[in-house]
Write a protein that binds this ligand. Sequence first.
Ligand SMILES: Cc1ncc(COP(=O)(O)O)c(C=O)c1O
Length: 390
Amino acid sequence: MDIKEQDQMYIAHTYHRFDAVLTKGSHCIAMDADGKSYLDMTAGIGVNALGYADKEWAKAVSEQANTLPHVSNLYYSQPDGDVAKMLCERTGFKKVMFANSGAEANEGAIKLARKYSYDHYGKERYEIITLVNSFHGRTITTLAATGQAAFHQYFDPFTPGFLHVPVNDEAALKQALSKHTCAIMIELIQGEGGVLPLAKAYVQTIAKLCKQQDILLIVDEVQTGVGRCGTLYAYEQYDIQPDIVTTAKGLGNGLPIGGVLMNEKLQDTFHPGDHGTTFGGNPIACAGARVVLQRLDADFLQEVMDKGEYLKQQLVSLPHIKAVNGLGLMRGAVLDEHVQAVDVVKACLQKGLLILTAKDKLRMLPPLVITKGEIDQAMTILREVLSTMG
Ligand SMILES: Cc1ncc(COP(=O)(O)O)c(C=O)c1O
């Protein structure tokens, strides 16, 4: 049976698929079943940090698969401890709790925050403030955290205890704070919401309020983290110290992994039995993550920053692009009223370029290893496409 037919027949359709059957990839190039190649500016929605089939990553993952693929959390093993150590040493966080996806990491962060508040202030302090237009995942609780009504249709009732306040509005935030507030949870750049960075002063006010009132600051770095924005985590560029950071996507480089990084205040909050997941800290995923973190040294991150600036400069010079937002290699292009982002994405696909949308923006999350030459190639195709539109 043809791959598309099989997909149509057997896969539950929670996604629209573009008309390409991808069969293999190398570095920043994906190939389809007919041998057509695509320059990839999506990295599997911010996952393939080292591109497709990175040799060192693939070797580490296969060696681990051939020795100890899974043990469960009942026994010690090397890779999860190594990854946790690397994350803690590089960030100053004290402990890491592993999960299998961004949503699951956020669930863990929410539970951690509530447990801390329960222990210190009693069960009335449970409320979590998040932002309008945020995206935190698709489970019932992370959807409750997500400040977008469109995702809330059909799935009531949600986990109670979430409040959404408008972005960059300090007065609204202060008004929302109460004796029930346990945590404030933010993305520093709203990725799915349209690649919209929060104002630095606003983020610093949030951090200050949290510190003053012992409210926990949770930063969701599922999309912005692991070098995507040119620093290991984007919060470094906002000069704040969150209490909790969640991470996923790029850490896995193609394998499912998530993590909750917690500071000193939280490190002893959970006890055995309070939380868990069978696959969390899986040795294969962690063997791969270890390679990702090793690769993302200071020089690598500086290159991401430089290439991100270069990408931005190229994008602003293209027709129909009014502005470019984001940091590092997480970029959103604001289009004028003559073109629709989804039409641009479809036309680019025809010409061998994979890009994303985020709401009405064009979004680019290329593999972090992309070269300036490849950025030029992508921009040539995008210019051709945009020139024929509107
Ligand atoms: C900021 C943010 N949080 C959470 C998630 C959910 O991650 P996952 O799809 O791995 O559950 C995403 C996914 O796009 C995200 O961008």
